[in-house]
Design a binder for this molecule. Structure first.
Ligand SMILES: Cc1cc2nc3c(=O)[nH]c(=O)nc-3n(C[C@H](O)[C@H](O)[C@H](O)COP(=O)(O)OP(=O)(O)OC[C@H]3O[C@@H](n4cnc5c(N)ncnc54)[C@H](O)[C@@H]3O)c2cc1C
Ligand code: SF4
Ligand code: SF4
Length: 417
C-alpha cells in the first residue's frame, strides 16, 4: 500500500457490505437508485464507481450489514470481483503518508463533498434514524440463515373479506422453547423453502411483527404477522409471490424457518405522555397494531399520551383489523380511515384525511413528545409528505426544517416496501 509517487492520491470512503451479517434479502439492491449494488450466489456487493453516497440503502437494510465503510485510496478501491469472494470484511488498511493521511486505522480527512454527506447522514438526513430516546433495547440478528429459529404455526386467519380482492392474513407463529424477543416495530425474516429460478435458496423476505412484545397471546412465546398474498407485481402483472404465498398457505402445526429479529430504529417510545401519530396503508398496519396493542394492554393507558391513526385501504372489507379497530374506545385512539374504492363515494386517501385534520396533526407535530410512524407501500410516501408539508405551511411551519429535527430526535420513522 505504499505510495512513492508524488502524484496526489484521492482518498475515498468505500461503501461495502459485511458478508458475515448480510442475510441476502435483496432490499438494498431494490433500493439503490443508481444500481450500484449487485449480487451473486454468495455475496451482495457495492460498485465503488457507481455509489454516490446517497445513503438511501442504509435505513432499509435490516441487519446493518450495508453500513460498512473503509477509507481507501480511490485507485486501490476493492473491485466487485474481489468483494464477491469475501467471507468477512477486510480490516481497515493503513493509508500511507504519501496519500496525505496518517498510517493506521484512523479515519483520514474526507474529501469535502463526502464529509458533507457523511455529516448529513449522521445528523439524521439519511442513514439510520435514531430510535425514540425512551425505546426499549432491541435484540437483533439472534438467528441467522445458517441457524434459523424454527417456529410452529398456531393460527392463520384471513383478515380481509372472502370476496375482497386482496387476501391479507393474520399468522401466528409459536417459538416453543426458542428465545425470540421482539419489540413493536421490529421485523423478522422468513426463509421460504425451495430454490429460485437460478437454483439458489430463496432470499429472505421481511415481515413486520404485528403483536406487542409480550406476544400475540401474552406470555406464550408467540408473535403475529400481517401478510398480504402477492398475486400481482407492482405493475399489476400476474405473479405468484414466493414467501407471501408460502406463508398464506400455511396450516396450523406447519413449521417455518425464521431469522432475525431486525430493526433498531422504528421502535415505540416508552415514556408516559408520548404521542404516536401513525400513518399506514394495507399491511403497513402491522407495526401500528403492535404499538396500539402494547398501549392498550398497559395498565394505565391514560398516562400514555395521544394515539392518532390514519389508515387507508380500498374498501372496509380490505382493511386488515377493521372490526377490532372500530371497536376501540374513542378516548383511547383517534382513528381516521380513508377508503379509495367505495362505490358511489368519493375516493379518499390518507393524505386527504391528514389535510382534514390539519389542526390536530400540526398540534401533535409541534409537541416534543410526538413520534411519527409511516408504513406501507412505497407509493404512499410522496403523497403523505406533500400533505404534511401543506398542513404545516398553512400553520406557518416549514415541514422540511421540522422533519429534519424530528429525524434527528428519533421522532420520525418510515418503513415502506
Ligand atoms: C421492512 C419490510 C417490512 C415488510 N413487512 C411486510 C408485512 O408486514 N407484510 C407483508 O405482507 N409484506 C411485508 N413486506 C414485504 C415482504 O417482505 C415481501 O416483499 C412481500 O411479501 C413479497 O414477497 P414474495 O416473496 O411473496 O414476492 P416475490 O416473489 O419476492 O415477488 C414477486 C413479485 O411481486 C412484486 N412484489 C413484491 N412485494 C409486493 C407487494 N407487497 N405488492 C405487490 N407486488 C409486490 C415483486 O416486485 C416481484 O415482481 C415487508 C418488506 C420490508 C422491506
Ligand atoms: S449509498 Fe446510495 S448509491 Fe451507494 S449503494 Fe447505497 S443506495 Fe446505492
Ligand atoms: S441484509 Fe442489508 S446488505 Fe444484505 S442484502 Fe439485505 S439490505 Fe442488503
Amino acid at each position: 500500500m505504499s505510495n512513492a509517487s508524488t502524484t496526489p492520491v484521492t482518498i475515498m470512503r468505500q461503501h461495502l457490505i459485511d458478508p458475515e451479517i448480510c442475510i441476502r434479502c435483496n432490499t438494498c439492491e431494490e433500493t439503490c437508485p443508481v444500481d450500484a449494488i449487485s449480487h451473486d450466489s454468495r455475496n451482495y456487493v457495492v460498485d465503488a464507481a457507481k455509489c454516490n453516497y446517497c445513503y438511501d440503502c442504509i435505513s432499509p437494510c435490516p441487519t446493518g450489514a450495508i453500513d460498512s465503510w473503509r477509507n481507501m485510496r480511490a485507485d486501490l478501491a476493492y473491485p466487485i470481483a474481489e468483494q464477491l469472494l469475501w467471507d468477512t470484511l477486510p480490516a481497515q488498511v493503513a493509508l500511507d503518508e504519501g496519500a496525505g493521511v496518517g498510517a493506521g486505522d484512523t479515519a483520514p480527512a474526507l474529501p469535502d463533498d463526502v464529509a458533507k454527506i457523511a455529516a448529513a447522514a449522521t445528523s439524521g438526513q439519511g442513514g439510520i434514524a435514531p430510535p425514540p430516546w425512551s425505546a426499549a433495547h432491541p435484540y437483533v440478528n439472534l438467528y441467522s440463515i445458517q441457524k434459523p429459529a424454527v417456529a410452529t404455526v398456531s393460527g392463520n386467519f384471513r383478515l380481509t373479506a372472502e370476496d375482497a380482492s386482496s387476501d391479507i392474513r393474520h399468522i401466528v407463529l409459536d417459538f416453543g422453547n426458542a428465545s425470540f424477543p421482539v419489540l413493536e416495530g421490529q421485523t423478522i425474516g422468513i426463509l421460504a423453502p425451495g430454490l429460485d429460478a437460478a437454483g439458489r435458496p430463496h432470499h429472505v423476505r421481511l415481515y413486520s411483527v404485528a403483536s406487542p412484545r409480550d406476544g400475540e397471546r401474552p406470555h406464550y412465546n408467540n408473535l403475529s404477522l400481517t401478510v398480504k398474498r402477492v398475486t400481482a407485481d407492482h405493475e399489476g402483472a400476474a405473479v405468484r409471490g414466493v414467501a407471501s404465498n408460502f406463508l398464506c398457505d400455511l396450516k396450523k402445526g406447519d413449521q417455518v424457518n425464521v431469522v432475525g429479529p431486525y430493526g433498531t430504529s422504528f421502535l415505540m417510545p416508552n415514556h408516559p405522555g408520548s404521542n404516536l401519530l401513525m400513518i399506514c396503508t394495507g399491511t403497513g398496519s402491522a407495526p401500528m397494531r403492535a404499538m396500539t396493542e402494547r398501549r392498550r394492554r398497559k395498565s394505565v393507558p391514560t398516562e400514555d399520551g395521544k394515539l392518532m391513526l390514519f389508515f387507508g385501504a380500498r374498501t372496509p372489507a380490505e382493511l386488515p383489523y377493521f372490526g377490532p379497530l372500530t371497536r376501540l374506545p374513542k378516548d383511547f385512539i383517534d382513528i381516521n380511515l380513508a377508503f379509495s374504492r367505495v362505490p358511489d363515494q368519493p375516493r379518499q386517501y390518507v393524505q386527504d384525511l391528514i389535510r382534514a385534520r390539519a389542526d390536530e396533526v400540526v398540534r401533535l407535530l409541534q409537541d416534543e413528545n410526538t413520534y411519527l410512524y409511516l408504513c406501507g407501500l412505497k407509493g404512499m410516501e410522496q403523497g403523505v409528505d406533500a400533505a404534511i408539508s401543506e398542513v404545516c405551511g398553512s400553520h406557518g411551519l416549514d415541514w422540511k426544517t421540522l422533519q429534519a429535527a424530528l429525524l434527528q430526535q428519533g421522532r420520525y420513522h418510515v418503513e415502506t416496501y
